[in-house]
Every structure is written in C-alpha cells, then in structure tokens.
Write a protein that binds this ligand. Structure first.
Ligand SMILES: NC(=O)c1ccc[n+]([C@@H]2O[C@H](COP(=O)([O-])OP(=O)(O)OC[C@H]3O[C@@H](n4cnc5c(N)ncnc54)[C@H](OP(=O)(O)O)[C@@H]3O)[C@@H](O)[C@H]2O)c1
Length: 394
C-alpha cells in the first residue's frame, strides 16, 4: 500500500519550530502509524535565509528542502501541502491569514490567536478557501489523552462532575525572562494564561466538553495576578459546564502561574495536578499537563491502575534526539509532537478540514473563555495585535 505523504513548510525557526520539525524525522512506523509519512520540504525565517538554511540542517530535512528569508515566499511554494505556524501568539492571526489566503492548509501553534474574533475570522477564511485548519494542541492527540477520554466515555469513573487542572511552573519571571521575552511581553501576547493556562483549560475541556455528546460552552469566573509589565503571572479560573443530563452541571478548576509549581521537585512527589473526578472514582494525570507520561486510575471499589506512557521513537543507539528548551528526551524517544502531525496527515488523506479531537468550534469556545477571563481582569493587549485588520505589520 502506498503511503500518504504530507509535505510540510515550517513558518518561523524558533524553539518549538525546531522541536516539531525534528519530530517529523522518525519513521511513523516506530509508533505504529503505517499509512502516512512526513517530509519537511521548506522552512522560512523572518530573520534571514541563512537562519532558515541552518534550521533545515538541524532538523535533518532532505537536501532538496527550500530555505526562505520571508514568510511571504513560503506560502507561494507550490510544493508545500501544509504550513506549521510557530511564531509568538501575537503573530498567529496575521501569519495564519497569510497562509490561508494563499490556499495553504494550516497547523497553528497555541494559543490559536490573541482573541476569539480573530479565530472566527480565520475559520471563515479557511472555509472560504476550503482548506484544513487546526490548533496545535499536541497533547490532545497523545494515546494517553485518548485513553483518558475513553475512560470517561465508557462510564468507568461514573459521571464526571469535576476536573482540577493545574499547569504552573516555578520560573520567577523577573529572574527568568527579559522584558522583551514572549512569556511576559504584552506586545507578544505574553502571560501565563495564553501560554500555560491553555493546557490547564485543555484538560478541563477534553474531560468535560469533548467527551459530551452535545457539549455546551461554560461560564467562567476568574482571578488574575499581574506581573510588572501588565501581563498575568498567575490566573485561576472556575468554569461551570451546563448540565447535559439529569445529573447536573460540572465544574472545572483551571489554574496556572509562574511562581508556584505543579511538580515542585520534578519527581511527581506533590501528586497529580490533574484530577478528573466522577461518582465511581477518578483518573489522575501527572505533570506536565502539556506532555504527561503517567496516569493513575483510582476507583471506589479499590481498583488502582497506574500506567506509563513513554513517547515512542526510533530507540536507543539511533543517534536521534529531541526535546525543548534544552530539556532533551533520552536518545531515540520522541517529543510527541508527531501525533498531531499524523492527525493532520490523516485529515488531509480523508478530506477532513479540521482535527477530530479538537474541533474548530471547541478551539473557539476556549478562546472565548480566555477573552472573558482577560476582560474580567482588565488584561488587554496592544491594539495592533488584537485587531481584525489584515495585513498589519507587527
Ligand atoms: N506545543 C508546545 O509545547 C509549545 C512549546 C513552546 C511554545 N509553543 C508555542 O509556539 C509559539 C512559539 O514559541 P517559541 O517558544 O518557539 O518562541 P521562540 O523560540 O521565541 O520562536 C518564535 C519565532 O517566531 C519568529 N518571530 C517572528 N516575529 C517575531 C517577533 N516579533 N518576536 C519573536 N519572534 C518572532 C522568529 O522566527 P524567525 O526569525 O525564523 O522568523 C522566532 O524564532 C508560541 O505561540 C508558543 O505558545 C508551543
């Protein structure tokens, strides 16, 4: 059987672009995926063509891959099937509009956009151009996430009425980030909420929304502590999901921050920061919320089932490694970003225009929740990155 080959163009050459493109290198068969394969055919850097060239070498792209010194050139490349956008959130709207307008399929990093109206405009453009569009919330596509959602829909822990989810990391902003860094800089839509909080919300949503037959948008109340630059350094949210049956509404408690840790000693000693609770028991997911590798099912009847979810890869002595921010996985073990890439390939192969584990509607509801949390706490970004205007030079 011939395989469906997906030809990737990488837009931006920063930290996560490198991790993602590296994860496209191992043969998908090493994770049991036999019908699709990935090739990086081009990369573009807004800094220089040399930077793009260096990037292609670092991620082991084929010699034939093209390097571009602007994003505008990349979207014109007829050999590119899909573009992965890996700029700061502030730039996603402008970059995605550029790609979609050129008729390219798009996988866009989280947070999808700066605000919900921008995402609505992208969805409209994708429909108009009849192309695929998906938010790169990679965790949703992990086998671990599929297992957790199956536990819920099978009824094993009974009706789920509450989920706690925290993604907090002790990285004191004043010691860790320069004021221009995308984690804290308002011009780059910085702050804990859009960068880390979205993963806490991912766990709230994939356990209380994605798993429902007829999901309904939640209401939210929230509190936020600001950093000196006006972006948030700690945000807490209480979401109420309307009842979908006679047994009542569900609560999601999502927290995020840069001054406390979901896993302070890095060994899981503090317990699971994600707990999905039902009438028959609970399923726990261990830190980090974006790349968990351990779950624990605890049932009322005394059943305890612990599982490890190591990311597959070409294995030891393969001479291949991946990781993020200097934090390398063991040799031969993947980062896990390839699952979302496989989903893109499967969607395009089947003619789908969105991802199967997070619809565009769900991404939009999450953006609306984040908009509301920002509104409740007076966090507004500069107009040039909140605007619906396109094109705007930022
Ligand atoms: N899925 C995950 O686990 C994960 C992890 C980290 C980050 N992310 C997401 O990925 C995105 C990028 O994060 P990152 O950590 O890769 O950031 P980064 O290392 O700062 O890279 C961002 C890249 O965007 C390009 N860029 C264009 N205009 C820019 C501007 N005005 N300021 C800064 N960079 C600009 C640059 O590439 P060129 O110079 O080549 O154009 C830069 O290298 C964010 O939306 C973030 O939320 C996701």
């Amino acid at each position: 059987m011939s395989k469906f080959q997906l030809k990737w163009g990488i837009l931006a050459t920063g930290g996560i672009a490198e991790t993602f493109a590296r994860d496209l290198y191992p043969n998908p068969e090493c994770r049991g995926v036999k019908d699709v394969e990935h090739t990086v055919v081009a990369a573009a850097s807004s800094s220089s063509v040399d930077r793009a060239q260096k990037f292609l070498k670092e991620v082991r792209a084929p010699e034939s891959a093209k390097a571009y010194g602007s994003y505008e050139e990349l979207v014109k490349d007829p050999n590119v099937d899909i573009i992965y956008i890996a700029t700061p959130h502030s730039h996603h709207y402008q970059n995605a509009m550029l790609c979609l307008s050129a008729g390219k399929n798009v996988l866009c990093e989280k947070a999808f956009t700066t605000n919900a109206p921008q995402l609505e405009a992208l969805i409209k453009k994708a429909k108009e151009k009849n192309v695929f569009l998906m938010e790169a919330v990679w965790t949703r596509y992990f086998p671990l996430s599929i297992y957790v959602r199956d536990i819920i829909t099978s009824g094993k822990i009974g009706k789920v009425s509450r989920t706690f989810a925290d993604l907090s990391m002790i990285m004191l902003p004043e010691n860790t980030f320069d004021d221009s860094h995308r984690m804290v800089n308002p011009d780059l839509a910085g702050g804990a909420l859009l960068d880390l909080g979205i993963y806490a919300l991912t766990w709230i949503f994939q356990t209380l929304y994605t798993t429902q037959k007829d999901p309904k948008a939640p209401t939210v109340v929230s509190a936020m502590r600001k950093y000196k630059l006006g972006t948030d350094e700690q945000t807490s949210m209480l979401l109420t999901f309307p009842a979908t049956d006679a047994r009542g509404e569900a609560h999601g408690i999502a927290t995020t921050g840069m001054r406390t840790g979901a896993d302070p000693d890095g060994k899981g000693t503090a317990g699971a920061p994600i707990r999905v609770q039902g009438e028959e028991g609970e399923i726990q997911i261990f830190h980090p919320a974006f790349r968990p590798t351990r779950t624990k099912l605890v049932l009322k009847d005394g059943t305890v089932e612990e599982k490890e979810w190591t990311q597959p890869g070409p294995g030891k002595e393969s001479g291949w490694k991946n990781g993020f921010g200097g934090d390398w996985q063991p040799e031969g073990e993947g980062q896990g970003m390839f699952w979302e890439a496989d989903e893109c390939a499967h969607a395009l192969k089947e003619g789908r225009k969105e991802g199967q584990y997070e619809s565009l509607q769900e991404s939009l509801v999450i953006m609306q929740v984040m908009d509301e949390v920002r509104k409740q706490n007076g966090l507004k970004y500069p107009e040039k990155i909140e605007t619906l205007e396109y094109p705007v030079q930022i």
